[in-house]
Ligand binder design. Structure first.
Ligand code: GUN
Length: 306
């Protein structure tokens, strides 16, 4: 049986390590402050944002959520960001993505002050990532590196393949793996012989957003497989196919009306991998943990270090 890389355990460790830093900040004036902007009513985004706010609350980080309607214009949202940039008590600003199609996402991300950009999405911070300079790193990629390191999975000298080239996960995780001295290949929908390229990976990162797309023929026996996917399957026949008619999984489907599945086939990965992140309970919990790390670090930086 492969090793399960337990994201919940690593998240709990990271949160524990943050507590004294948060206490020191609070004792020296005020707690770190995070503002989360959630536009409209995307159900998945609402769940993520609730979870972010709850984690702040649990840790003693001040948080504020701002929820403008779907109809907000780019100019109006820029106004909200400018106000948050100017606020002394706000150390981190997160604008939950995706934004409605009529809003200019690039302009919004560019408007967030780089020192408060706890998502690490501002081009200034992306540049710092490429240059290897200290700056907030995108949370999911940073969480993946934390999980690998804290699980004592060697990265240096390994062949890593990243499937997916998004700005949020694929590109930044490839750069972080490169900084850790892996030999990195980035694949996407136009990559020839994708299964063959993936089979060359000792560390395989799947961040494509396609349920159970990475099957046995993509996985080198013994590889470490990192599954970033969070796909909600609402079709019972598809859930039955992916989970091979597992009675437990189908009972869970019947109770909830959906099942969560990653980008990696959940049965094949157990048969082929040496270590893997489960869905749920793998990469997911680390995204929020790293957001907390970035918020605390932003607060420390803004106060000249504590
Ligand atoms: N949407 C999905 N993941 C993320 C994330 O990490 N940050 C933001 N702001 N939006 C997201």
């Amino acid at each position: 049986m492969p090793r399960i890389l337990d994201g919940n355990r690593v998240r709990d460790d990271i949160k524990e390590e943050l507590k004294p830093r948060i206490q020191a900040l609070s004792a020296s004036g005020r707690p770190p402050g995070l503002a989360v902007v959630l536009v409209g009513h995307n159900p998945a985004s609402e769940i993520y944002v609730r979870s972010k706010i709850k984690t702040c609350h649990d840790l003693g980080i001040y948080s504020e959520s701002i929820a403008p309607p779907d109809s907000i214009t780019t100019e109006e949202l820029l106004g909200i960001v400018e106000q948050l940039n100017a606020r002394e008590d706000i150390d981190g600003i997160l604008v939950q993505l995706p934004l409605p199609a009529h809003v200019d996402t690039k302009r919004i991300l560019l408007a967030i002050h780089p020192a408060k950009d706890v998502d690490g999405f501002h081009p200034y911070n992306v540049g710092a990532l490429v240059a290897g300079l200290p700056a907030p790193r995108a949370c999911t990629p940073a969480g993946i590196i934390e999980l690998l390191k804290r699980s004592a999975i060697p990265i240096a000298g390994k062949r890593a393949v990243v499937v997916g080239r998004s700005d949020i996960v694929g590109k930044p995780v490839a750069m972080l793996l490169l900084h850790e001295h892996a030999t990195v290949t980035i694949c996407h929908s136009k990559t020839p012989d994708l299964p063959g390229v993936c089979r060359g990976a000792e560390i395989l990162v799947a961040a494509i957003g396609r349920p159970a797309m990475i099957t046995a023929d993509f996985i080198q026996p013994g590889a470490t497989v990192i599954d970033v996917g969070t796909n909600h399957i609402k079709d019972r026949a598809e859930a039955a196919r992916i989970f091979r008619n597992s009675p437990e999984k189908l009972a869970s489907f019947d109770k909830r009306g959906s099942l969560l599945v990653g980008d990696v086939d959940p049965v094949d990965v157990v048969e082929r991998a040496g270590a893997y992140t489960p869905v749920p309970g793998g990469v997911g919990p680390l995204t929020i943990a790293m957001l907390m790390v970035n918020t605390v670090a932003a607060a420390e930086q803004r106060r000249g270090g504590v």
